[in-house]
Design a protein around this ligand. Structure first.
Ligand SMILES: [Cu+2]
Length: 152
């Protein structure tokens, strides 16, 4: 299981140009937003990764506590990393703080949501229902597209 998960992440990273999560983009004043969400294709029983940008324009610090999706039996928040020797891996990450005025990127090569043991195949142009659970903002439910590349 662990080896398979690691392989899944490594292939994610290999097919991604260079993440570049950091492009400047203002948060929406007064709102906590989840934008540009997308998921990679994956086979039934296999895995996919889910990405998005979370912006906190409110005056309250928030925390992304968990993500759930009916399409996957297990959903985990992960972080990719690179070792000194250039090999890559990933590890489970706890809840992600989303400070006031900041945008958190879930992006290839960085923090991401792992969809594990898919109940059905995810193919490009499919979509899936996802719930993002925040400590302050509550649950944000959305329909996320399956894509080969990040949305522009
Ligand atoms: Cu992962």
């Amino acid at each position: 299981m662990i080896a398979g998960v690691l392989a899944g992440c490594a292939s994610d990273d290999a097919s991604a140009p260079d993440g570049a999560p950091g492009e400047a983009s203002a948060v929406t004043p007064g709102a906590l937003t989840v934008e540009a969400a997308w998921a990679r294709p994956g086979g039934a029983g296999g895995m996919s990764a889910l990405y998005a940008r979370v912006g906190n324009g409110t005056t309250s610090p928030d925390t992304l506590q968990a993500v759930s999706a009916e399409v996957a039996r297990t959903v985990e928040i992960h972080e990719s990393y690179e070792n000194d020797d250039g090999t890559r891996g990933m590890r489970p990450l706890g809840p992600i703080p989303v400070p006031t005025g900041e945008q958190i990127a879930l992006a290839p090569g960085g923090k991401h949501v792992m969809l594990i043991r898919l109940r059905r195949a995810l193919q490009p142009n499919d979509s899936l229902a996802v719930d993002f659970q925040f400590a302050q903002a509550g649950t944000r439910s959305m329909t996320v597209p399956v894509r080969l590349q990040p949305p522009q």
